[in-house]
Design a protein around this ligand. Sequence first.
Ligand code: HXC
Length: 518
Amino acid sequence: MNDVPASPQLHTLREMRHRALQGGGPLRVEQQHARGRLTARERLDMLLDDGSFQELGALATHDVRDFGLERHRYPGDGVVTGFGKISGRRVAVFAHDFTILGGSFSEVQSRKICRIQDLALESGIPLIGLNDSGGARIQEGVRSLAAYGEVFVRNVMSSGVIPQISLILGPCAGGAVYSPALTDFIIVSENSTMFLTGPDVVQAITGEKVSGDDLGGADVHMGRSGVAHLQAWSDAAALDLVKQLLGYLPQNNNEDPPPITPYDPADRIDLELDSIIPEAENQPYDMRKVIGHVFDRDSLLEIQPRYAPNALTGFARLDGFSVGIVANQPTHMAGALDIDASDKISRFIRICDAYNIPIVTFIDCPGFLPGTDQEYRGVIRHGAKIIYAYCEATVPKISIVTRKAMGGAYVAMSSKQMRTDLAFAWPTAQIAVMGAEPAVRVLFRQEVAAAADPAKRSAELVGHYREKFFNPYRAADVGQIDEVIEPHETRPRLVRALEVLRTKVQQNPPKKHGLIPT
Ligand code: HXC
C-alpha cells in the first residue's frame, strides 16, 4: 500500500492525523514526562489491548477567539476519546491531554466526551476517564462551564447502569474533579492532585498560600477526605489497577461479573482460622487475615484501604466468582462504627448491589462510637445509611459474626431481619445489646451501690451477663443466626451458600427513588 502515491485528499487526512498525534508539541510532551507523567496517548496505549483503540473526534478543534485562543488550536482539543478493549472486554475511554492548554475543558471536549458517554450507556459498556486537566477552560467563560453540565448529567444517568471509573493522573481542578466524584471509583496516582480551586486561585481569593498537595494530594484523598478509592505509585500502576478492578465488575447492571476459572479448591478448610480469635476478649486481630484464609488466594482488592480503617471493604473471589466484602476491622478503634466508616460501608454496599455482586459481611463490632463529636456531626444519619443500604440491596447477602455484635452494630451490620439471606456465627460470637460493664451499670446501679462489697457484686453481675449473652447460642436458638459454624468451615460453607443464592430474585417496590439519609 505504501508504494501507491497518496491522493491529495488522503495526504491531507494523513497530515491532520499526524498532527493530532503530536498533542501540544514536543516541548510540552517533554515537560509532561519531566513531571513524571505520561501523555494521553501513551496512557491509552498502556490501558487498552494492542490495536483495539478506535478513536473518535481526533480532528475536532475549537473556534474561540478570545484571549488569543485562536493561536492555540490543536486537533482533538486536549482530549482523546474513543473505544477499545481491556482483557478482551469492550470499554469507552477518554483521556485529557495536559500538553494542550493544560487539558482544560472546553465546549469541544464536552461534545467529544458526551458522545462516548452516550454510546457507552447505549451499548452497556464501562466508561473509563483518564483525568489530567485544569478544569473549565477559563478563556471560554460560560461556554466551558455549561459544557460541564452536559457531562455531569450523563455521569448521573449512567450511574448504576455502567461502571464508571475515573483515574486522576495530574493536577485536576474544578469540574475535572466533580465529574469523577459522580463516578463509581476514583483511582489516584502519586502525581495527582484533586481540588475544586487551585493554589493560585486560592491565594488570589483568600491570600492563603497552599500547595496542590496540601489541597488534595493522593494522601489527602486516600486518608482524610475519602474522595479516592484506590492509589497507585505511577501512571502505569494506576492503569493496571483499572484492569484489576474491572475484572470484578460486570459490563453493565444487566449482567453478572465474569467468573474466572477457579484456582483455589472450593472445599479447602483452613484450621488456622480456629485459633485466629485471641483468647483475651479485647485483643485485636487482623480481619484481613480472616479474609485471606477464606477467599480465593490473593484475590482481595481493598477499596478505600486507608480511609476509615476501622471498616474494611473490598472485592475478592470465591471459587472464581466476584464477591463484595464488608467487615469491621478490630485493629482500628476495636472495629467500632463511626461516621466515616458508615459512609464507606454504605457506598460500597450500593455499588455491589448496583452491579449484581453478592455481599459477604464479617462482624466484630462493639457498636457505634459514642460521644459528642460523633453525635454532633450526625452519626445518626450517617449510621442510618448502612441500614438503608443493606435493607435496599437485593443481591445475595451472607453475614458471619466472628466475635462482637453489640447493639446497633448487630442490627446495622447485615442482620437477618434486614433481608440477609444467611446468617452464620462462629462459636466465639458475642451477641448482646451492649457490653457487660455498661449493661450492669444501667440495669443494676442501685443493687451494686447497696451491696456490702459493690466491686465484688458488680463483677458477679458482669460474669453472669457474659455467661448468658457472650455466645451465639441464644441467637441461634431464636433463629437470628442460621447456623453456628466452626471457623475452618467458613470457606466451603460460603461457596455452597453462594452457589444456592446465585439465582436469587428479589425486588423492591416501584418508586421514583428512595431517600437515603445523607
Ligand atoms: C485554561 C489552563 C487552565 C484552565 C491550566 N491552564 N488550567 N488554561 N483554563 N482552567 C493552562 C495554564 O495556563 C498553562 O498554560 C498550562 O495549562 C499548564 O498549566 P500550569 O499552571 O503551567 O501547570 P501546573 O503548574 O502543573 O498547574 C496546573 C494547575 C493550574 C494546578 C491545574 O494550572 C491551575 O491552578 N489552574 C486553574 C485551576 C482551577 O482553579 N480550575 C477551576 C476552573 S473552574 P501555559 O500556556 O502558560 O503553559 C471549574 C468549574 C467547573 O472547573 C464547575 C464545576 C461545578
